[in-house]
Design a protein around this ligand. Structure first.
Ligand code: PLP
Length: 580
């Protein structure tokens, strides 16, 4: 289909534009998705270690899972992301977290050089390599350059970040053309990918399309997925940075003027222009879509469609558990829930659950052989050890230190069952406060003879540890401050693998009913802490009793199987994009 097929009449002014896009039926796009016209997914972060790319957290894991789900469902899909020549690995030295760096070579992971392209930065041409790895119906296209540095290196409003983002956007758009691909849809995974949509707008105008038509066209084909709650927290770029990195890559004077006019006092937040260039906008859980506080340039609150994140169940579930869900008719071949999945869950019994947890425990032990604790010790656990885990980025709002606030009560709970507590999570580079909190936890633990052997910190948290802990632990703890978690996906891995979940009612967890899991709530942090300890005691009791265990796990699965399914997520996106 020719791009001009979409236009019935030339547009005179901005009012016409509104009428125009109200009159276009979205379902015309359905026919447009094909091998040459794939679903394109833009992300500054990908977390896909199998394919050589290590991310920082949930945003990258989601990107990798989305591609894998598309691959299974046969959806033509291209993921465009940078290949960073170096990645960090954290170690603990004298109680302090330190970043180590490891060089990466894309040839080691099956990527092939397609060709080189140029973008213009600071009065010079910058040469970028386009590399690609192809799967059946999906592909990963990377923009690579030896001076890219690392993911999230430098501060968020820095020249270096802008350079990385411009390289991905303008470079990635050229890469698609090089490969003969036209995007059926451009999904922008957060605003760092804005420049991809800008490159498209610029190209349409350069090719002779009226500017307003080009804006409408780009808007209709762009989905902005927001993962952040507060616009105010976003870094700004200055106009002088755009003069050096952005404007030289634009051909159209009209596009340059449009963009220049968006600056306020010489500053620009990428979200404000991303909202303008994307008519389709989504948040990553029901709660997040409702509370995300974003305004467009006219000052109106932006509405986000809720498409709750899901996970690729084949990646994250113990294979025996995945097969059980398939054989029992809980999941279909896409790994989406069957129509009567709740009835099928009823057949699950405590002895199955205990068998699966034992198999998961063995898988965890195998993974722990490769991941020593922070002192270099290899941990191994017995089948009947009770393990709590807390595995997530070490950021303030996730409260990794909460369980340690009343250390005596915490210790008494562990002692009652001789239980273990595994803690893991990346500290953001340069985050002195959280690095200090971790050091203080490690010190309090090592000062106590009992805790020293029952609380374990695993450095360099990654996908493999996330998987091992999800399949091998009894109870996972997820206690973000309510209202601050956009979705979270690590709790999904725990629920899918039949562990018990202790959580605050936040992010994607709040898509389900409060009664479906071991909820932590309270009107003060003290109340929440008290409830967290009660829930830890309760989870130990639940595992002591077959009836209670069966009841709790079935309840969690009935509530959350549709929510955690990545196939459900991709279907929701396709529905939103193509069938309205
Ligand atoms: C699943 C996963 C995450 C997501 O964590 P949330 O705290 O739930 O957002 C982050 N990092 C890794 C390595 C993961 O596997």
């Amino acid at each position: 289909m020719d791009e001009n097929d979409f236009f019935y009449h030339p547009l005179e002014n901005i009012e016409d534009v509104d009428i125009f896009y109200e009159s276009v039926e979205r379902n015309r796009l359905t026919k447009a998705i094909s091998a040459e016209r794939p679903y394109t997914y833009w992300t500054i972060e990908l977390y896909d270690q199998q394919n050589g790319i290590r991310g920082g957290g949930g945003l990258g894991v989601l990107a990798a899972d989305t591609r894998r789900v598309a691959e299974r469902m046969g959806v033509p899909f291209a993921l465009i992301t940078p290949f960073y020549p170096s990645e960090t690995h954290q170690v603990v030295v004298d109680g302090k977290v330190i970043d180590g760096h490891q060089k990466k070579d894309y040839h080691d992971y099956g990527f092939r050089l397609v060709d080189t392209i140029n973008i213009k930065c600071c009065g010079e041409l910058s040469k970028l390599e386009v590399i690609q790895k192809q799967f059946k119906n999906t592909r990963i296209i990377c923009i690579y350059e030896p001076n890219f540095g690392e993911l999230y290196s430098d501060t968020s409003g820095s020249d270096h970040r802008l350079y990385q983002e411009v390289s991905l956007g303008f470079g990635g758009y050229q890469a698609l053309k090089l490969l003969g691909l036209k995007p059926a849809i451009m999904q922008l995974n957060e605003v760092a990918t804005f420049f991809a949509a800008l490159a498209r707008l610029d190209e349409l105008v350069k090719n002779g399309m009226d500017f307003y038509e080009a804006v409408v066209y780009t808007r209709k084909h762009t989905l902005y997925t927001n993962h952040t709650l507060v616009q105010a927290a976003e870094a700004e770029f200055g106009i002088e940075q755009f003069e050096r990195f952005v404007f030289p890559n634009l051909h159209s004077l009209a596009v340059k003027k449009w963009l220049r006019d968006k600056f306020d006092n010489g500053k620009l937040k990428l979200s404000s222009v991303t909202i303008e260039i994307a008519e389709l906008r989504s948040g990553v859980s029901k709660l997040h879509a409702r509370v995300a506080n974003y305004h467009d340039i006219a000052g109106n609150k932006v509405k986000f469609k809720a498409v709750t994140n899901g996970i690729d169940l084949e990646t994250w579930l113990l294979p025996e558990i995945l097969n059980y869900y398939l054989d029992a008719g809980i999941l279909d071949q896409d790994l989406a829930p069957t129509p009567d999945y709740t009835n099928k869950i009823e057949y699950l019994n405590a002895s199955d659950i205990r068998d699966f947890k034992t198999m998961g425990r063995h898988a965890l032990n195998a993974i722990l052989m490769k991941h020593p604790d922070f002192e270099g010790k290899i941990l191994q656990f017995r089948d009947d050890d009770y393990i709590f885990d807390f595995k997530r980025r070490f950021v303030d709002y996730k409260r990794p230190d909460l369980p340690f606030r009343d250390i005596n009560r915490f210790k008494a709970i562990l002692q009652s069952r001789n239980a273990h507590y595994i803690l893991t999570g990346r500290v953001h580079t340069g985050d002195e406060i959280m690095s200090g909190k971790l050091s203080s936890i490690l010190k309090r633990v090592s000062d106590d003879e009992y805790l020293r052997t029952h609380v374990h910190y695993l450095p360099d948290y990654d996908e493999e540890l996330a998987y091992g802990l999800s399949v091998g632990c009894n109870t996972a703890i997820n206690v973000p401050i309510v209202g601050l978690e956009a979705c979270g996906t690590s709790w999904m891995k725990d629920v899918g693998n039949m562990g018990l979940l202790i959580s605050t009612h936040d992010g994607g967890v709040a898509d389900g009913p409060i009664s479906a899991y071991l909820n932590v709530s309270g009107s003060s942090e003290e109340d929440e802490l008290d409830m967290l300890y009660q829930r830890m005691e309760e989870s130990i009791e639940i595992f002591e009793n077959d009836f209670d265990l069966e009841f709790a796990v079935k309840k969690q699965l009935s509530a959350f199987i549709p929510i955690i399914s990545g196939a459900r997520m991709l279907k929701d996106y396709l529905d939103y994009l193509f069938s309205k």
